[in-house]
Ligand binder design. Sequence first.
Ligand SMILES: Cc1ncc(COP(=O)(O)O)c(C=O)c1O
Length: 407
Amino acid sequence: MSSGAARLDVARVRGLFPALSDGFVHADGPAGSLVPENVAHAVGSAMRMPVANRGGVFPASGRAEALVSGARAAVADLVGGRPGGVVLGANMTTLTYGVARALARTWRAGDEIVLSRLDHDANVRPWLQVAEAVGVQVRWAEVDIETGELPAWQYAELLNRRTRLVAVTAASNALGTRPDVAGIAAQAQAVGALVYVDAVHAAPHVFLDKASLGADFVAVSAYKWCGPHVGAVVADPDLLDHLRPDKLLPSSDRVPERFETGTPPFELFAGVSAAVDHLAGLCAEAVGTRRDRLRASMADVARHEADLFEWLDQALRAMRHVQVLGEPERCTPTLSFTVAGMRPRQVAAELARAGICAWDGDFYARELFDALGVNETGGAVRLGLMHYNTADEVGRIIDAVAGLRPR
Ligand SMILES: Cc1ncc(COP(=O)(O)O)c(C=O)c1O
């Protein structure tokens, strides 16, 4: 295994992405990353060969089976889970609704759950809605609005023997904040609560390890890490075995299939495997199992992104017309900011004119942006770096933001 001390070879990495030829600076990764050629090729190839549905006795059906197993193995490597506990589905939101409904069947009126105001709405609303249906009390972990942190100490007051679930993000898709998930999970497990971790935003930036996070469920979405539009939730197969999701009568009752509704996109599963291979191959010197290579590659990615992000973050904070929201100690290379006298939509439009892709709005971090008080004014502008971004691009972003003036 590589020591992970290598520098990411960004020129080589960029050569893997045909979409980068549009000349734009893609600082929109948190909403969805670009796709490397090997992923596009894998999806295209799977569509060019005979692939039938699963469960048949002929080779095209065997190919479908292999694509499913390949994607489960890849996501298990990414997250540090077992392939038999990888539930694949349309996206994280849909899967979370399914798990929420299944878990809620085990809850009783008077039980409690703990949600966080740092989270994307996909790790909030499904839980709130099922809690309301069952009569479960919802408690909130609050964000420090100065720093954008989600203090772990507050969970001591939020948790008790009635707590059934803690839903928390591994990283905020708006501020980049990386809460102390392991610390929160240890407290949750001490009272017997399950922990559902939204790792959708963290996954392209952090080497994930389900066990050290202390997570019972880890949710990811492949289109955030260079893959196709497929979501996954990873849990212990024994835990899944105890749950009864909504399903059709004739469909498989095995785990994890029990949680997967309808016919899946087999061709996209080929892309999921290819995307994990892409991440594992980012450190060219890395050797060993795919998980070993992921560890080394994600260390290189983290170093590359942190270097670029430090420059971006400091430069924006030094601008008098810019306000960067929060200042978390540990974060992904993602920030949100507002510009004095300009609506976020105007700022995003100016950046687009300068050839920079940046999102504006609340990024579905609705509770957080309500707490920060920015929703009435159109939210904020978000910049997020990926492993394919360069120092030259960060320079272009800084120049463009520095030149913004209200019209
Ligand atoms: C942190 C986070 N969680 C959840 C989601 C929802 O993921 P999906 O689009 O796969 O439903 C997103 C999407 O932006 C996200 O950024």
